[in-house]
Design a protein around this ligand. Structure first.
Ligand code: ADP
Length: 481
């Protein structure tokens, strides 16, 4: 008989509004709310960071245990936040000394934590140890990215989790550039498992968490169909696995959480959408124009991680070259990450002070005002598994300018074919500058600009359809063959 109300445990490292670094948090904070409307009972399990959200909300201790390592034991606690708080049950794994830090992935120098292997393995082991003590609590594991990528293997082959070995596993790839590769010395951190199966952990002479998840999960999705198409040809050494496991992969496009991203009620906006979209854009733009000499010029924004993946280096060069010739636009850049790119962004603002403002920061509130107040969003990502920024910007009437790749090609067809924004084919200064020229031409044609704005705000970007598709996939996994 088909399991009609599957109970799903989603394991991940970020969840909005609890702890957010990027799009995974948006997804894990929204999808479970929409799943509950599709007859699924989702719970999210994540590490308990040293962040205010965990202390500010009522919680209960539901389990205590310890992890056995060769020369030490590590205690952990399992803490539950009731579904009334977020719209779904949240479980926080408290691992003292490992996750009680204020930042999710990076230390104060912007470097990844050196004890990442111990952190990630401990988190995954603690979840499995606790779940194995009451296996009936959830029917299926839904893991997200490499941080929880060893769980499918451990559920199947570690002796300590026998109660979970028959459970189905669904795995979501938010970003295949990060693989969670560990040297074989990390093997001593893993619980005892059937070593005949150790090949399922390995790829290219290391323990590869993502590669292992791809082989050991029952079903896998990428966060857009476009990204799924690209991975078997361009996945930095995992091509063979993507080709070999393609029979169990699907692309399910991310959505927008309409409760959070609502121009009529967004808690971060001082001016909400009433009757006029143009008025909404104008008022929110005013809030952003303080640092610019000529506030009447079109406003281009960038929001995101300063990483090679995001094409920030080429974008900064393109803006510089554009402004050397024409001072007909303003640029507001918000992001942080790679120190060299942070420096280059600040340098650009210093060189073109009247037209460029660069904020090296992570600022949720400002990002909402920027999506609402800008004319154009630049998104020149070299690789983009889905991308949420372009969807948030469309919801708020900001025209996206995107590289034709991954989820960007699924969500932003070019206006020349009746689409939603401006799309270019290669991440080069030539292509980006050409795209900016097209945007400025569009801006000068105000009737066309207004009609495009109106069109993109009316596109249905909500999670409804994708949540239904996830629910269907869970049901298929749980129905006996
Ligand atoms: P990724 O997950 O690769 O970083 P996505 O486009 O999927 O990219 O999601 C990025 C999310 O992070 C969006 O919600 C975006 O608004 C947010 N974000 C990224 N950088 C910043 C920042 N500096 N300040 C505020 N929000 C940011």
């Amino acid at each position: 008989m088909t399991q009609t109300t599957p109970r799903i445990l989603m394991a991940c490292s970020e969840c909005y509004p609890v702890a957010k670094v990027g799009g995974m948090a948006d997804v894990v904070g929204a999808l479970p709310k929409y799943l509950t409307r599709c007859g699924v009972i989702p719970s999210v399990v994540m590490p308990r960071y040293d962040l205010p959200w965990f202390y500010d909300h009522e919680h209960e201790l539901i389990h205590e245990g310890y992890l056995q390592y060769p020369h030490t034991v590590h205690p952990f606690r399992v803490i539950r936040y009731a579904p009334e708080i977020l719209g779904f049950e949240l479980i926080a794994i408290d691992l003292p000394g490992l996750f009680d830090r204020p930042s999710v992935y990076l230390d104060s120098n912007g470097e990844g934590y050196r004890d990442e292997p111990l952190r990630n393995i401990s988190f995954q082991r603690a979840i499995l140890q606790w779940w194995n003590s009451e296996p009936d609590r959830y029917d299926l594991l839904h893991s997200h990215d490499h941080m929880t990528g060893l769980m499918p293997f451990l559920m199947r082959h570690a002796y300590a989790y026998k109660g979970l070995s028959a459970k189905s596993v669904f795995f979501t790839i938010h970003n295949a550039l990060h693989r969670g590769r560990l040297s074989w010395s990390a093997m001593s951190l893993l619980p005892h498992f059937d070593t005949w199966q150790s090949g399922l952990l390995e790829w290219d002479d290391a323990i590869d968490s993502l590669a292992s998840a791809l082989r050991c999960s029952d079903k896998i999705n990428t966060v857009s169909p476009g990204y799924l198409e690209e991975l078997p040809a361009t996945s930095q050494g995992l091509e063979w696995i993507f080709q070999h496991e393609s029979h169990k992969m699907i692309g399910l496009l991310n959505g927008v959480d309409y409760e959070v991203w609502d121009p009529a009620s967004d808690k971060y906006l001082a001016y909400h959408m009433k009757k006029s979209l143009e008025q909404f854009k104008k008022k929110n733009k005013e809030a952003l124009m303080e640092s610019f000499e000529n506030p009447d010029l079109p406003l281009f924004i960038f929001i995101g991680r300063f990483a090679h993946q995001k094409g920030v280096d080429v974008m900064l060069r393109s803006i510089h070259e554009h402004l050397l010739v024409r001072q007909d636009a303003n640029f507001l850049i918000l992001g942080s990450g790679d120190k060299d790119l942070e420096y280059q962004a600040q340098n650009l603002a210093h060189t073109h002070g009247a037209h460029v403002s660069a904020l090296v920061d992570y600022n949720e509130e400002l990002s909402h005002i920027m999506y609402a107040g800008a004319d154009f969003l630049l998104m020149p990502s070299r690789v983009e598994p889905c991308g949420l920024n372009q969807m948030f910007s469309m919801r708020y009437g900001t025209v996206p300018i995107v590289h034709h790749t991954g989820g960007l090609k699924d969500t932003v067809p070019d206006i020349s074919v009746g689409g939603n924004g401006i799309s270019f084919t290669s991440v080069t200064t030539g292509d980006i500058m050409h795209a900016m020229h097209r945007a400025l031409e569009l801006y000068r044609d105000q009737p066309a600009m207004k009609s495009l704005r109106k069109k993109i705000t009316s596109i249905n970007l909500s999670w409804d359809a994708s949540a239904e598709a996830y629910a269907e996939e869970y049901r298929l996994l749980l129905s006996p063959t």
